[in-house]
Design a protein around this ligand. Sequence first.
Ligand SMILES: C[S@@+](CC[C@H](N)C(=O)[O-])C[C@H]1O[C@@H](n2cnc3c(N)ncnc32)[C@H](O)[C@@H]1O
Ligand SMILES: Nc1nc2[nH]cc(C(=O)O)c2c(=O)[nH]1
Ligand code: SF4
Ligand SMILES: [Mg+2]
Length: 211
Amino acid sequence: MSYAIKEIFLTLQGEGGQIGRTAVFCRFTGCNLWSGQEADRASAVCQFCDTDFVGMDGVGGGRFADVQMLANAIEQCWGQRDQKQRFVVFTGGEPLLQLDEQLIQALKQKDFYIAVETNGTLPVPKGVDWICVSPKAGAELVQTYGDELKLIYPQEGLDPQDFIEFAFTTFRLQPKDDHNKKEHLQKAIEFCQNNPVWHLSLQTHKLIGIP
Ligand SMILES: C[S@@+](CC[C@H](N)C(=O)[O-])C[C@H]1O[C@@H](n2cnc3c(N)ncnc32)[C@H](O)[C@@H]1O
Ligand SMILES: Nc1nc2[nH]cc(C(=O)O)c2c(=O)[nH]1
Ligand code: SF4
Ligand SMILES: [Mg+2]
């Protein structure tokens, strides 16, 4: 299978339970909840996306003809850094439209610890080490277990407490970044303080100005 990749870059994981860890981010092109075109945003299922996942024109992006070519590009992005610490985060767009067991196995053979950021509408393939699910109002949740459930807050028609029955190790509330982000942060702080199973997740890469 070939893979359509928006960008591949090295940064620090900015969000959630692996925060601060040096990682190769592999961002897949395309999503099933929004076309990525601004003209479609208001009619999309997911309307608050902060990411450009359209096309293959980002740093390190492109069409990868087979699994080895993509795995090699991810390895090359990690470079000569400590092999025992190798860490890749698959995101997008929606990575589960393309991420398959073959790619996971190819990276395992290169000793990568593998994380995925998904909207939870598709099942995570076998072999992923860290599953982060971020459910979206109006989209069916299919992936109901994982290492963290990272809910963007607030979302109309979505009550965080409806999720705590699912089999996630941790529950995080991440304030929605939009024109009202200060207000969303205050609401998220308040919600966490009143419902301590929820931990606050901040997008620290935005705070420190890295990708
Ligand atoms: C761009 S998404 C890609 C992965 C996947 N499609 C998903 O939604 O989880 C990566 C992460 O950013 C979060 N995110 C997207 N837009 C955001 C925003 N405006 N404010 C806060 N978090 C946001 C998503 O919920 C998800 O946890
Ligand atoms: N540094 C950094 N951390 C992130 N964690 C999740 C991200 C994403 O867009 O999936 C992201 C991102 O875009 N950058
Ligand atoms: S599901 Fe994820 S990638 Fe798709 S539009 Fe929403 S936040 Fe963006
Ligand atoms: Mg991001």
